[in-house]
Design a protein around this ligand. Structure first.
Ligand SMILES: *Cc1c(COP(=O)(O)O)cnc(C)c1O
Length: 344
């Protein structure tokens, strides 16, 4: 890996961050707070939240098995995705490499930041190799995006190839593990100590059932976390989100239960899809959704929509022609989808 100081945008390296009242005094023992121009009334909403979310990070550290200093928290995963561009890529100069197809936000944030986005098309098994990814890199490639399990394909990307990519690349490799709770693969977040150029993304939006509160996280070595913290909005994770996430983290067994039911339902759905005359192929999945190929995905999509059932039409995505992406819902939602497709 190249030194981090060479990878960071020069203006970010030189940046002196905003210092909030809560940064300058975060100790204990004080009981009169006249430093932040807050209103003394309307407790508890009158006080600014902890800008570094220390309590929440302690709970997350226990549940996720990652040290608190290796955790960055953002307004959904969207925030660390955008921050990776803003911290590490120079607009109009640098580029990033990503597997294709994959999650759409990596490209949107590249466009917003005026950064070239280089795609490496997956093979027919939706896999790639370190060799293919590294072949697209040059001296201005700062980031490689790998989503595993991948969205919209659903499969784990070969772990050996991910590790080879991390070890062979001078820039940063960002592995998005939004769906790792549904996979049997050992999460890569446990290895952030081992790889100084690895950033792993997680979210509360999927297995944790908290999409509404907007909490995403990035796990990385402390020097990278410090750069993200320097650039983020001072109070990027509001108090309601911090509180609700702390509550959710008290019940990790609840999440395990949901994941088990969702995986059983997924297997049941995949078996049932195998008997649908309109379904041509079901792709292997390690997530809470699966990709299915039809003769005419658009027609099936429209038919389901007319019945009030919405799935994701991926027919215009690379390698996903005539494919619909189907999220595993509750038993009754899944049954509604099945009975509609049986009548198609
Ligand atoms: C759903 C999803 C996310 C979650 O994004 P949030 O902003 O945290 O809700 C992140 N990455 C991928 C690949 C996803 O599919």
């Amino acid at each position: 890996m190249r030194p981090l100081s060479e990878l960071v945008r020069p203006n970010i390296l030189a940046l002196k961050p905003y210092s909030s009242a809560r940064d300058e005094f975060s100790g204990t023992g004080a009981n009169v707070f006249l430093d932040a121009n807050e209103n003394p009334y309307n407790s508890p909403f009158n006080r600014y939240p902890d800008p570094l979310q220390r309590d929440l990070k302690m709970s997350l550290s226990r549940v996720k098995g990652v040290k608190a200093e290796n955790i960055f928290l953002g307004n959904g995963s969207d925030e660390p995705i955008d921050l990776a561009y803003r911290c590490f890529t120079r607009p109009g100069v640098d580029n990033v490499v990503a597997i294709d197809p994959t999650y759409g936000m990596y490209k949107v944030c590249a466009d917003i930041n005026d950064v070239e986005y280089r795609r490496v098309t997956l093979d027919e098994n939706f896999q790639t190799t370190a060799e293919k990814l590294l072949a697209q890199c040059d001296k201005n490639t700062k980031l490689i995006w790998i989503c595993s399990p991948n969205n919209p394909t659903g499969n784990d990307i070969n772990r050996g190839e991910i590790v080879k990519t991390i070890q062979g690349f001078g820039g940063l490799v960002i592995v998005d593990e939004a769906y790792s709770d549904f996979s049997q693969e050992r999460p890569l977040r446990f290895d952030v100590d081992k790889y100084p150029n690895l950033i792993v993304l997680n979210t509360m939006s999927k297995a944790w059932g908290c999409a509404a509160i907007r909490l995403g996280m990035a796990f990385a070595q402390k020097d990278i976390v410090d750069i993200f913290n320097k650039v983020k909005y001072p109070y990027n994770v509001n108090m309601l989100t911090q509180k609700q996430a702390s509550e959710a983290l008290k019940e990790p067994y609840e999440v395990d239960k949901w994941v088990k039911i969702i995986l059983l339902e997924r297997d049941r759905m995949i078996d049932a899809f195998g008997f649908l005359p309109c379904c041509k192929k079901i792709y292997l999945t390690n997530a809470n959704f699966f990709l299915a190929k039809f003769d005419n995905a658009q027609a099936v999509y429209d038919y389901l929509k007319a019945k009030g059932i919405i799935v994701r039409n991926r027919t215009r995505v690379t390698l996903c022609e005539d494919c619909l992406r189907i999220t595993i819902g509750s038993k009754s939602e899944n049954n509604e989808l099945l009975s509609a497709l049986r009548q198609y």
